[in-house]
Write a protein that binds this ligand. Structure first.
Ligand code: IPM
Ligand code: MG
Length: 360
């Protein structure tokens, strides 16, 4: 198969983790007889440095011409980086939000899985971590507070800021459908998370999710308020299969879910639209404090590449091989610094990538 893959190395640790994911993909290409063509794309701080803006039309068009995009991470240290002297709409994060919107990537899948080998890193009580967990957060990514009208003004001498949280039924329906379809391939449970005791947008969310659920009688649907969900994630994470939620709640809950795995350096993500196109990136940030030191964990990016093989290219066997290689390397006791434990062999970013590629 011939695949056109856009590559956004990005900022901070982005370039070094993406390099390892490409190393693994190249091994997949050799082993399974595929051809991966890579196109380098600029986004975030790397784009500001060259073009003065975090996202250009050129990047959008080049991304659209690819089948999928693999991304490292964008952004820098807000205290020291000159990027953060710019107005908010010109900072690295604006580039990320812009590309999500421009490519209509409304469905953000963030799996949070407790690896047997990394159970020791789980910050939860042992009786809770012993049950394990394997959930997928399905976050709406192009609506809600992130994209509603906002303004800051002085009203009667008082500084006032407004953000708008709005959803229409179409936006809710398409993400809900995605959640149910994915649940059908998993444990057939969807927990829809909202704040329907307070917000109109959540009350509509709940109604539309129930309408969609009628088409998926095999899937068990439950509803949960977001504050309760934040609590349940640390009390009993094993109860969750697919968590379906709006943009802002999903941003917050997905960080919480990743932290309870104890290893944010392991978590992949996919942002999809209604075609086969996807933007694949690790769930973690750009970690500028350790950039360029061969200390970053490339596994989240490598697992994001596996999601790309699975969701965009339908290459399930190849995706399985990448995931199995990651598990094998962990089983053999290799760890990057962020997930190190006693008796394990600590390796750098590049060596971790090579160890995984060797096991494909
Ligand atoms: C994420 C990030 C982004 C978001 C930031 C960098 C704008 O936190 O992908 O979760 O809030 O969506
Ligand atoms: Mg976030």
């Amino acid at each position: 198969m011939r695949c056109r893959i856009g590559v956004i190395a990005g900022d901070g640790i982005g370039p070094e983790i993406v390099r390892e994911a490409v190393k693994v993909l190249d091994q997949v290409a050799v082993k399974y007889g595929h051809e991966f063509d890579y196109t380098e794309l600029l986004l975030g701080g790397a784009s500001i440095d060259v073009h003065g803006v975090p996202l250009t039309e050129e990047t959008i068009q080049a991304a659209k011409a690819c089948d999928a995009v693999l991304m490292g991470s964008i952004g820098g240290d807000a205290k020291t980086s000159p990027w953060y002297q710019l107005e908010p709409s010109r900072r690295p994060e604006a580039g990320l939000l812009g590309i999500r919107k421009a490519l209509n990537l409304f469905a953000n899948l963030r799996p949070a899985y407790l690896y047997e080998e990394l159970r020791g890193a789980c910050p939860l009580r042992e009786d809770i971590s012993a049950a394990g967990f394997d959930m997928l957060i399905m976050r709406e990514l192009t609506g809600g507070l992130y994209f509603g009208a906002r303004k800051t003004e002085v009203v009667d001498g008082v500084r006032t800021a407004v953000d708008t949280l709005s959803y229409n039924e179409q936006e809710i329906r398409r993400i809900a459908k995605r959640a149910f379809e994915i649940a059908m391939k998993r444990r057939r449970k969807v927990c829809s998370v909202d704040k329907a005791n307070v917000l109109d947008s959540s009350r509509l969310w709940r109604k539309v999710v129930e309408e969609v659920a009628a088409d998926y009688p095999q899937v068990e649907l439950s509803h949960m308020y977001v504050d309760n969900c934040a609590m349940q994630l640390v009390m009993n994470p094993a109860q969750f299969d697919v968590i379906l939620t709006e943009n802002m709640f999903g941003d917050i809950l997905s960080d919480e879910a990743s932290m309870v795995t104890g290893s944010i350096g392991m978590l992949s993500s996919a942002s999809l639209n209604d075609t086969r196109f996807g933007l694949y990136e690790p769930s973690h940030g750009s970690a500028p404090d350790i950039a360029g030191q061969d200390r970053a964990n490339p596994i989240a990016t490598i697992l994001s590449a596996a999601m790309m093989l699975r969701y965009t290219f339908d290459l399930d066997k190849e995706a399985d091989a990448v995931e199995a290689a990651v598990r094998q390397v962990l089983k053999e006791g290799f760890r990057t610094g962020d997930i190190r434990s006693e008796g394990c062999t600590c390796v750098g970013t590049a060596e971790m990538g090579s160890l995984i590629a060797d096991r494909i």
